[in-house]
Every structure is written in structure tokens, then in C-alpha cells.
Design a protein around this ligand. Structure first.
Ligand SMILES: NC(=O)c1ccc[n+]([C@@H]2O[C@H](COP(=O)([O-])OP(=O)(O)OC[C@H]3O[C@@H](n4cnc5c(N)ncnc54)[C@H](OP(=O)(O)O)[C@@H]3O)[C@@H](O)[C@H]2O)c1
Length: 353
């Protein structure tokens, strides 16, 4: 009995100490300036909305000017002080100019979120060096460029890297993505150790699947209709995929709470734990999964905007409804009026970049 009381007292003391430590490391958000790469749509737009709602000024960057324009209008409608800069993050000079613009706009930077990303779903035989290069430049090199350019302005601030469960476990048909995300995880966790003595906290976010509406903006090769079908199905079905608004809220809470690591979704946490102790088991499961994925095909990289109508014809739209709703809410559909999914005929515009 006495032992149980002592144990409960110890648990209470640990909880109180944990709470006090968390409060001491809190990073108040009101009045801060945040730069969010890839903030024109998807998770980046949600992070901009959430940070804006907590009193931050936000700068968003991406390549597509129309989508940036819509994103800034959306943010200003919500009362957020927002600014957009067009930038291809794969180009160091453009990153340099974008950061200078962001810093001068609101007089400094407190939070930088490396969020921009790109995804190719295809078997290895349908992927070329160009796709590997694109993924590495968009997710690894861009994160490094943004870090190097913003570092001098970020003392006392927070650098956030949105990585992925694909940066901890490498799934079949997502090889370009996984290579780039593994590199980004290594960068982020290493930076956390190195930048601490310069007063910069690094937060590594490892999301599982989230319903950001991004399957329509991903690229598919080999047999694009089938690739789109399996990928968009997984990305649409709870609990495999998470509500992206909740994901954005949890990321912003982690920024505020002084955290260094955040894994989103129970599935991602379980998968990482199992892979950590029994990697042969997860590899066996991944080999089995690969057997049911689409076989090789001849088609080159095709945008989800073009691939989706093929899968929709097989009734996929019923199953992917939740993610389609996210597409409309999160600025994923070029040419769409608010709330309207474009017809297949206007969907090929971004087929190849
Ligand atoms: N959705 C998920 O289930 C999931 C799961 C785990 C991790 N994540 C990660 O979360 C992040 C956001 O994902 P999301 O689903 O919101 O993606 P998304 O909707 O496709 O948005 C990607 C954003 O990145 C921008 N971008 C891409 N390439 C760029 C470049 N070269 N230069 C500048 N901006 C660029 C895009 O704008 P432009 O195309 O106009 O440049 C867009 O704003 C990504 O890093 C992704 O890997 C997502």
C-alpha cells in the first residue's frame, strides 16, 4: 500500500516537473513573423492560417503565382497579415532573394517552416534520375538553402522541418520521396544539435498520411491511373490518414510548446517503433505490399490532375471524398471556382513540369 502511494507521488512529481519544464520553454506566438515554404496550398496554407490565427504575421512562398495570390487573399480574409513571394526553392539565388524580401517585409523572422514538397508514385523502372534529382532538390537542398539563408535572422527563433514517415521507413513506389525525406530527417535532427548553441530551436515533424488534398498534385508514372488509385485511397481513409487541420494545430502547438520532435498519427509512431526493434519484419511487410501494387508501365510522370479522372471512372471519387473536400478547401485545384472540382478537360494544364 505504502509502495503504491510512493509510486503515485512520484508519477505526480514527474507530471508537475514536466509541465513546469514545458511552460519554461514556451514560445509565445503572438506578434511573431513566420515564413512558410509551400504555403500556397495544402498543409502549408493550413499552417499559415493557424499561425495567423494565433497572432503571427505570415510570409508564404511557392512557384505558382495565381495560387499564391489566392492563398494571400484567403489569409487576409481571415484577418491575417500576409505576404507572398514567388520562389523556386531549388534555386539558391531565388531563395536568397525570397528571404531578403520576407525579412524586409515585416522586419525580421521568428519562425521558418520548411514545408514545400513534391511526390512521385511509381515503380523504380518508371523513375529516372530527373525525378530523384527533383525530389532531392525540392525537399533536401531547398531545406538546406532556406536554413542557410534564414539562419542569420533566426537567433532566438524556431526552424521547423516537415519531414515524413517516408523519411523513417522507405515504402515501395515512393523511392524518390523516401530518399529525399531520409536526407531531410538527417538534416533536421543534425541541425537541432548544432543550432542549439546559436539559440535556434529545430523542430522535426514526422507526419504519417494527412488529408491535404495533395494526391491530385502528385505525379504518377508507369500506370498512372492505378498508381493514383492506390495512393489517393490510402491518403483519404481515416484512420490511416489524419485530418490535416488537426495536424496543423498540433504542429503549431509543438512550435509554441518548445518541442524538438513531433510524430503525427498513431500509425506512424507504431510503424517507427516496430521498424526500430524489428526492421526485418517491416521489410517483409513492405515486400508483401509491393506485390499488390501496380506493375510497371510505359507512361512517364503524369500529374494527379490528369490521372485522377481515370480513377474517378472506377468509382474512386466515392472513396476519396474526404480528400477531395480538402482539395477544394486547400487551394489544390487550379482553375476551380470555390467549391467546384474541375472537369477532366481542364485538368491537364499542369500535367508535366
Ligand atoms: N499530405 C501528406 O499525407 C503528407 C504526409 C507526410 C508528409 N507530408 C509533407 O508535408 C508537406 C506538405 O505536403 P502537402 O500534402 O501539403 O503538399 P502539397 O499540397 O503538394 O503542397 C506542396 C507545396 O510545396 C510547394 N512547392 C513544391 N515544389 C516547390 C518548389 N520547387 N519551390 C517552391 N515551392 C514548391 C507547392 O507550390 P508550387 O507547386 O506552386 O511551387 C505547394 O505550395 C510536404 O513536405 C510533404 O512531403 C505530407
Amino acid at each position: 500500500m505504502r509502495g503504491r502511494t510512493a509510486l503515485m507521488a512520484l508519477a505526480g512529481a514527474v507530471a508537475v516537473a514536466g509541465y513546469a519544464a514545458r511552460r519554461a520553454h514556451r514560445f509565445p506566438l503572438d506578434g511573431r513573423t513566420a515564413l512558410i515554404t509551400g504555403g500556397s496550398r495544402g498543409l502549408g496554407l493550413l499552417l499559415a492560417r493557424e499561425l495567423g490565427a494565433r497572432g503571427c504575421r505570415v510570409v508564404v512562398c511557392a512557384r505558382d503565382g495565381d495560387e499564391l495570390h489566392k492563398a494571400v487573399a484567403d489569409l487576409r480574409d481571415r484577418g491575417v497579415q500576409a505576404h507572398a513571394v514567388r520562389c523556386d526553392l531549388r534555386d539558391r539565388d531565388q531563395v536568397h532573394a525570397m528571404v531578403a524580401d520576407a525579412v524586409s517585409r515585416f522586419g525580421g523572422l521568428d519562425i521558418v517552416v520548411n514545408n514545400a514538397g513534391i511526390i512521385h508514385s511509381a515503380p523504380l523502372d518508371s523513375l529516372g534520375e530527373a525525378e530523384f534529382d527533383d525530389a532531392m532538390r525540392t525537399m533536401f537542398w531547398a531545406s538546406l538553402y532556406v536554413t542557410q539563408e534564414t539562419r542569420p535572422h533566426l537567433g532566438g527563433g524556431v526552424l521547423v522541418n516537415i519531414t515524413s514517415i517516408g523519411g523513417k521507413i522507405s515504402p515501395p513506389h515512393l523511392l524518390t520521396y523516401a530518399c529525399a525525406k531520409f536526407a531531410q530527417v538527417g538534416l533536421s535532427e543534425g541541425l537541432d544539435a548544432e543550432l542549439a548553441r546559436h539559440g535556434i530551436r529545430v523542430l522535426t515533424v514526422v507526419p504519417g498520411l494527412m488529408r491535404t488534398g495533395s494526391p491530385r498534385r502528385a505525379f504518377y508514372a508507369g500506370r498512372p491511373g492505378l498508381e493514383y488509385a492506390w495512393f489517393s485511397l490510402l491518403a483519404a481513409v481515416p484512420p490511416v490518414s489524419m485530418n490535416s487541420k488537426r495536424a496543423a494545430r498540433r504542429i503549431v502547438n509543438a512550435i509554441r510548446d518548445g518541442r524538438h520532435h513531433l510524430t503525427l498519427t498513431l500509425e506512424a509512431r507504431v510503424a517507427m517503433a516496430v521498424h526500430g526493434v524489428a526492421p526485418s519484419l517491416t521489410q517483409t511487410l513492405l515486400r508483401a505490399a509491393n506485390r499488390v501494387l501496380p506493375g510497371p508501365g510505359a507512361e512517364g510522370p503524369t500529374s494527379g490532375l490528369e490521372a485522377a479522372p481515370r480513377a474517378d471512372r472506377w468509382g474512386m471519387r466515392l472513396l476519396t471524398r474526404l480528400n477531395d473536400r480538402a482539395s477544394r478547401d486547400l487551394n489544390q485545384l487550379p482553375g476551380a471556382e470555390h467549391g467546384r472540382v474541375p472537369e477532366p478537360r481542364d485538368s491537364g494544364r499542369h500535367a508535366r513540369r
